[in-house]
Design a protein around this ligand. Structure first.
Ligand code: BEZ
Ligand code: FE
Length: 301
């Protein structure tokens, strides 16, 4: 009997295999072919998984409780499902599939939960730390196209953790953005700003995802990095990080986001003249990174 001529009155006494076929068939009249394909693949993999591990009823209830807790701890400011996706490698898988880059173009990595829209506007040369604690760090670089031509006026959004390993949004006492901001590349496609040196930090582990990591004896740590999101008319937006070379967690990132091409040297200077011309008696860092954007799909260049 084909799926199409099976009547609903026969949806009973289903054996394991017939059950799967019946569930698949229940999605066969969906209006959207894409929705149908996604749901049917999901059903096939879900049932294969259930049968492969021979899931017990107790384990099924545990899974339901885990997902319920994941939803219940999520708020506008805390997205535990994104954290779950990140720690299962699903975020990097989706990013990898959807951001195929030409050789030389800056690679994308996880967005993370700490991005804030409409961050403060700065000029090149400004200090975006705005009081965030940490060693001063002078960042400079450029944004250019695949052929090396500079991209003036590219919008660069920056956010990072401070020396406490915390983002401003994780510090309830802070009322203003810190170690976060946006600026534009100059006429030569260059950007430069002062911030604080980023430190490694644990992803939030006080919820169900933390329980999952502990059950797996996995570290919640991410290597030190600065987040960048770069947009320019006619180019694909890239959301990425620049990681600090030599970080102890560079090869054990809790969310699998590190790429060789995104690792940069952060140079430590004991004291002396900083790139902005000031003289510092304390240690500071410098870091240089050049971003390369892909032309947008709708924009032939
Ligand atoms: C972050 O880099 O901000 C981040 C990414 C994934 C999960 C948690 C934090
Ligand atoms: Fe981060």
């Amino acid at each position: 009997m084909t799926l199409d001529n099976r009547s609903t009155s026969q949806r009973r006494n289903l054996t394991d295999e017939a059950l799967i076929q019946e569930v698949l068939e229940s999605f066969s009249h969906a209006e959207s072919p894409r929705f149908q394909a996604i749901m049917q693949a999901l059903i096939r993999h879900l049932h294969d998984f259930l049968r492969e591990v021979n899931l017990t009823e107790c384990e099924w209830h545990q899974a339901i409780t885990f997902l319920t807790n994941t939803g219940q701890i999520s708020t506008e400011k805390r997205q535990e499902f994104i954290l779950l996706s990140d720690t299962l490698g699903a975020s990097m898988q989706v990013i990898g599939m959807n951001n195929k880059k030409a050789d030389g173009a800056t690679e994308a990595t996880v967005f993370g939960p700490f991005y804030v829209k409409d961050s403060p506007h700065y000029q090149n040369g400004d200090d975006i730390a705005n009081g965030a604690p940490g060693d001063p760090c002078f960042v400079e670089g450029s944004v250019c196209a695949l052929d090396g031509s500079p991209i003036p006026g590219a919008l660069i959004e920056i956010w990072q953790a401070d020396e406490d390993g915390l983002y401003d949004v994780q510090k309830p006492s802070l009322s203003a953005a810190a170690a976060r901001g946006q600026l534009l590349t100059d006429a030569e496609g260059r950007f430069y700003f002062r911030t604080v040196s980023p430190e490694p930090y644990p992803i939030p582990s006080d919820g169900p995802v933390g329980d999952l990591l502990r059950a797996a004896r996995r570290s919640p740590m991410r290597p030190a990095h600065i987040h960048f999101r770069i947009q320019a008319a006619g180019y694909e937006t890239v959301t990425t990080h620049v990681f600090k070379a030599g970080d102890p967690y560079i090869d054990s990132d809790a969310v699998f986001g590190v790429k060789d091409s995104l690792i940069a040297q952060f140079h430590r200077v004991e004291h002396g003249h900083a790139p902005d011309g000031t003289r510092l008696s304390e240690p500071f860092w410098t870091m240089q990174y050049d971003f390369v954007l892909m032309p947008s799909a709708t924009h032939e260049r």
